[in-house]
Write a protein that binds this ligand. Structure first.
Ligand SMILES: [Zn+2]
Length: 549
């Protein structure tokens, strides 16, 4: 067999059977040879394109285990971007400017704020946004766990003091019971109607994301909430791009289901199965059900679910553990039903209580259905009870970790100590412990929570757990992992999580030819400069989808 392309270089295959190679050959979009230079000769004829890289390293294409490209791509194009460390005054100035520049938008959307004391004791309020515009304004916090909205937004949707509370969220109210304009967790659903994007806007957003991230070597992604705005628009947009041959990344997606008022969880899983059938193509597949078991932290109050109560005065007084968005019975049903319909379950758990609950539910579901190969993942894993890690290995549950979050600004860390206490605060976001226990570990950024979220930055952060040159940001040093482990987490393990490791994730004969060429050998360079390595080229299915100019 003759090859279309032969590439020579320092190839790190991430295939345990043959980790190193000096040459590879590609035919019909697949690797047909991986080995030494001598052996590749028989694949070459006069039409074969030969490329040689004398420096750097060639790796399988990078994966992203949890990146919200549906809202992220559209946000990049159609949102006002608030700076997390900005003051209220700076936020208002940015919004004002954006409104002036975007007269075409019917709803003003934005993201990125952190609730600061100058916004008020109960978080930001609609009053703060008075006088900016008569159009609705909907602003998401940096972690997308709350909306800060103006009065026109609430008026358009008829939200007032008579709007009933939501069991899996918080409508912040004043003393008279009027919503103040700050909606958290499940209560954000009340505003979703204002955050809908069209199929066309999603297509534009995806292409924007794709162009940027292919240039950083990313070829595979799990979009964890394809129905972010409660519509099917984002899934339909991916499908259309796939049919038009414009989707160059492999995109797997999850459909989020809920338990709260107004939701029929099982019907939502069935809808996801229908949508999967309708949209499955060569590059896109809806393959996961997403559940958000708990919330986040720190907050007033924190909503991530803990085994032990939070340590801030209010939480101590109320013995507050956080907030669960599912009960055990429903969780077990979700796991069973999802597996029955061929879905993997992707669960958000920030607190150790939520993680434990997910594992209990998986264990009980498996007792009833027998073992399976759905590779359920649990993501974020910020506070983890060590006793639960061997259970993850035993149940073959994937640890979808967030290396981009592994450093802590000292001021932010003190906020964590205030709500978690010293011990829990110091042991956040483990990674090595999962590897040591034999758990399959993947890497995720939660883009656009982390933005930008380039794979090399994640790899570097996993290795050093601090900002370059900033030892004061080092967190939990004992959980540093090796560069090889980070590469594994970002390539083959991502493919394993997305059930496509039989055709993606390593440079192996028979697999699709997805790879990234880096200018520096990141396995040898100074670990504070991994993220500075230039991406010389990205290939998907044997075709260059990015080359360095
Ligand atoms: Zn997320």
């Amino acid at each position: 067999m003759k090859a279309n392309k032969v590439i020579y270089g320092n190839i790190y295959t991430v295939d345990k059977k043959k980790p190193k190679a000096a040459a590879l050959a590609i035919s019909d979009g697949k690797f047909v040879y991986v080995g030494d230079e001598e052996g590749v000769k028989e694949y070459i004829d006069k039409d074969t394109e030969e490329i040689r890289y004398d420096e750097g390293i060639i790796l399988p294409g990078f994966g992203e285990g949890h990146g919200h490209i549906a809202p992220g791509g559209t946000e990049a194009l159609f949102f006002v971007h608030l700076s997390p460390m900005g003051t209220l005054e700076e936020h208002l100035a940015a919004i004002k400017e954006f409104i002036k520049d975007h007269p075409e938008l019917d709803v003003i959307q934005g993201s990125g704020f952190i609730p600061t004391p100058d916004m008020g004791p109960k978080g930001p309020t609609a009053d703060l946004l008075n006088g900016l515009t008569d159009k609705p304004i909907v602003l998401a916090d940096i972690g997308h766990h709350s909306y800060w909205v103006n009065h026109p937004a609430m008026e358009r949707l008829g939200i007032d003091r008579n709007t009933p509370d939501i069991s899996d969220g918080i409508i912040t109210r004043d003393d008279q019971g009027n919503p103040t304009g700050y909606f958290r967790e499940g209560a954000m659903d009340l505003l979703k109607e204002l955050t809908v994007f069209s199929v066309e806007q999603y297509k534009e957003g995806f292409l924007h994301y794709q162009e940027e991230y292919l240039a950083h070597g990313e070829t595979l992604i799990l979009e964890p909430i394809i129905n972010w705005d409660t519509t099917d628009n984002a899934a339909l947009a991916c499908h259309e791009l796939d049919m038009e041959g414009k989707l160059k990344m492999h995109v797997y997606a999850a459909y989020q289901v809920f338990q709260a008022e107004g939701h029929d969880t099982m019907a939502e899983i069935e809808h996801a199965a229908e949508l999967r059938k309708k949209t499955k193509g060569r590059m896109f597949e809806l393959s996961n059900i997403k559940i958000q078991i708990d919330g986040t932290m720190p907050g007033t109050p924190s909503t991530a679910y803990m085994k032990q109560p939070y340590t801030d005065p209010w939480s101590v007084e109320h013995q507050h553990h956080g907030q669960l968005r599912f009960d055990m019975e429903t969780l077990i049903k979700i796991y069973k039903k999802s597996h029955e319909l061929g879905f993997t379950v992707h669960a958000h758990a920030i607190g150790d209580g939520a993680l434990c609950m997910a594992l209990d539910a998986i264990e009980k579901a498996l007792e009833q259905t027998g073992s399976h190969d759905y590779r359920d993942a649990i993501t974020h894993l910020q506070v983890v009870d060590r006793a639960d890690i061997p259970r993850m290995a035993k149940l073959n549950v994937i640890a979808s970790t967030d290396p981009h979050w592994f450093d802590f600004d000292p001021e932010y860390f003190q906020m964590m100590v205030a709500v978690l206490g010293e011990e829990r605060a110091e042991n956040q976001l483990p990674m090595k412990a999962f590897f040591d226990a034999g758990v399959t570990v993947t890497s995720a950024s939660d883009y656009p929570v982390t933005n930008p979220a380039y794979p090399l930055a994640g790899i570097q952060k996993g290795v050093i757990r601090q900002l370059p040159g900033r030892p004061d940001t080092l967190h939990n040093a004992g959980e540093r992992v090796t560069i090889e482990q980070m590469i594994e987490a970002t390539t083959i393990n991502e493919a394993y999580q997305m059930l496509c490791d039989d055709r993606l994730g390593s440079v192996t004969v028979g697999k699709e030819a997805d790879l990234v060429v880096l200018g520096d050998d990141i396995t040898k360079c100074d670990s504070e400069h991994i993220q500075d390595s230039p991406v010389l080229g990205t290939m998907v299915g044997g075709e260059w989808v990015y080359t360095h100019a």
